[in-house]
Design a protein around this ligand. Structure first.
Ligand code: PMP
Length: 294
């Protein structure tokens, strides 16, 4: 894929797409971002991602230098320039160039850049076998410190949890919240399935558990309800994880991926269950049919 980057209104070579060392995005992690997929050249859930970016920026009192329509056109422009059919878009808005102090309001103008590139997915075998994950000792951000609803450039607690996962020889870690309930993974939302009587029921933590409101999570909730499944948003404990019948993660990069082992305990049969494989199929056919942009 030719590697051009959209930077503050211009298309430049990736090697020349640079930000200042005085940018507060770099100095303090002061910025917001979105990760977005393209499928067949269509920008999946673009409007939803841009709404979330706007909300993240608002929470941080970061003035976006471009409105949502301008950002949408910029994304389409760089996607077309790079011939990005099935790829990944990273849209970042940093606070901009400031001084060495914390005050964000001395930064004259936010800096915006958009990367459209390939994405490394989990290998297909893991969609068939399921992931092995651990629970992390690192909690997700306390919502009274930095709300996980804000998709900010400060991902350090998730990075610490990811390091624990890598050290343990697995690819993902489940993070709990400050109350000891399940929040989410380092880069994905989490669902479990429990058989209740004759029917499988999906459970996933509520937004107040301190999670990112995942775009993929909401798509999957809609697909599940359309398929007649009950979806319950409720607090989940470590025990709920260990005793689930099925588990899967959702995220822009991962899409829908089964989890078959947590902290050395097999989930359900140890193989991806029917509900999970059904939802993977439903998600893939949504993408194949038309990958809606709103
Ligand atoms: N949680 C976290 C912490 C994330 O970074 C992400 C995105 N990678 C998700 C959940 C999934 O969100 P989405 O479906 O919008 O990509």
């Amino acid at each position: 894929m030719p590697n051009q980057v959209w930077l503050n209104g211009s298309i430049v070579n990736a090697a020349e797409a640079t930000v200042s060392v005085y940018d507060h995005g770099l100095l303090y992690g002061d910025g917001v971002f979105e990760g977005i997929r393209t499928y067949g050249g269509r920008v999946f859930k673009l409007a939803t991602h841009l709404r979330r970016l706007k909300e993240s920026a608002k929470a941080l009192r970061l003035d976006l230098p471009y409105d949502v329509d301008a950002l949408a056109s910029a994304i389409r422009q760089i996607v077309a320039t790079n011939g990005c059919r099935d790829g990944y878009v990273r849209l970042c808005v940093t606070r901009g160039v400031g001084t060495l102090g914390l005050n964000p309001f001395v930064c004259a103008k936010a800096s915006t850049f958009i990367i459209a590139d390939n994405i490394t997915l989990y290998p297909e075998a893991l969609y068939e076998e399921g992931l092995s994950v651990i629970t992390s000792s690192i909690i997700r951000n306390h919502p009274q410190a930095l709300s996980p609803r804000i998709k900010s450039m400060n991902y350090l607690n998730n990075i610490l949890a990811k390091i624990e996962a890598i050290d343990a020889g697995v690819l993902e870690a489940i993070m709990f919240n400050h109350q000891g309930n399940v929040a989410e993974c380092t880069g994905d939302n989490l669902f479990i399935v429990r058989q209740q009587g004759q029917d499988p029921v999906l459970f996933t933590p509520p937004l107040h558990a301190g999670i990112l409101e995942g775009v993929t999570m909401n798509v999957v909730i809609d697909l599940a309800r359309t398929a007649g499944l009950e979806v319950v948003r409720t607090d989940l404990t470590r025990h709920d994880l260990y005793t689930a019948d099925e588990m899967f993660l959702t995220g822009t990069a991962a899409e829908v991926i089964p989890v078959t082992k947590v902290d050395g305990r097999s989930i359900g049969t140890g193989r991806p269950g029917d509900v999970t494989t059904g939802l993977i199929g439903a998600f893939r056919s949504l993408i194949a049919q038309n990958a809606p942009e709103d």
